[in-house]
Write a protein that binds this ligand. Structure first.
Ligand code: PGA
Length: 252
């Protein structure tokens, strides 16, 4: 059975005190919940990672970073390395998010380097893919996602890709309040799984968690997550309030 994952991508939000409060609220809510076969991942901004890693184990959640630089150390002002993340007990890292592709010009070559660097350090990559609205309208969404996987993910060996979590995030759904319909999510997730089966094996395809992201909230999560190929969500806006986020965690 595949692991169910709900990951909160806080993006560039919260002051230190607000972050402290949110981590504490999520921790308190998770205390009373059974988390068998469910993983909650909090991905706060870098300066707040320690707030989360400090209590992660007892609080029943894991911690992820939102970014990484693909070198171990050196003269890369402002960047954070995978070994730094490991030393802080960060277990996951988001890469390939459409905001980083768009605002920071991250190419597929760069994403490939990041993936390799994370896997070398046993950090679980949450690899994002997804089409923009004109591509969806032109019915090119399957081709676009296939290309993203081909270019940045499918160079991995079997034992490497087995560690990866994929997040399908249609760009037109991110932060817009317009989520993909459960049918749109299911057909893309099933398509991604079929690509993994073709490239690697059916067994591997059956094991890799594929999350949905894009305006997922406590109201629509249940229907989205009820699809056989949707294994959870990567949550932006709705991860910034404990009540909303926990509502999504409870949607399985
Ligand atoms: P959203 O963002 O939930 O605010 O749409 C999702 C994401 O960007 O990961």
């Amino acid at each position: 059975m595949r692991k169910k994952i709900v990951a909160g991508n806080w993006k560039m939000n919260k002051t230190f005190l607000e972050a402290e409060e949110l981590v504490a609220q999520v921790a308190e809510a998770l205390e009373s919940r059974k988390m068998e076969n469910k993983t909650v991942v909090l991905c706060p901004p870098f300066p707040y990672l320690e707030l989360a890693t400090d209590i992660a184990e007892e609080a029943n959640f894991s911690v992820g970073a939102q970014n990484v630089y693909p070198e171990d150390s050196g003269a890369f002002t402002g960047e954070v390395s995978p070994s730094m993340l490991v030393s802080m007990e960060v277990e996951y890292c988001i890469i390939g998010h459409s905001e980083r592709r768009k605002y920071f010009g991250e190419s597929h070559e760069f994403l490939t380097r990041k993936l390799d660097a994370l896997l070398k350090h046993n950090i679980i990559p949450i690899f994002c893919c997804g089409e923009v609205l004109p591509e969806r309208k032109a019915k090119k969404h399957f081709k676009v996602v296939e290309k993203q996987l081909d270019e940045s993910l499918f160079h991995l060996k079997k034992d490497e890709i087995a560690m990866v979590v994929i997040a399908y995030e249609p760009v037109w759904a991110i932060g817009t309040g317009v989520n993909a319909t459960p049918q749109q999510a299911q057909e893309m997730h099933a398509f991604i799984r079929s690509l993994i089966a073709k490239k690697y094996s059916q067994k591997l395809a059956d094991e890799i968690p594929i999350l949905y992201g894009g305006s997922c909230n406590s109201k629509n999560a249940k229907e989205l997550f009820s699809n056989p190929d949707v294994d959870g969500g990567l949550i932006g806006g709705a991860s910034l309030k404990a009540e909303d986020f926990i509502g999504i965690v409870d949607s399985f």
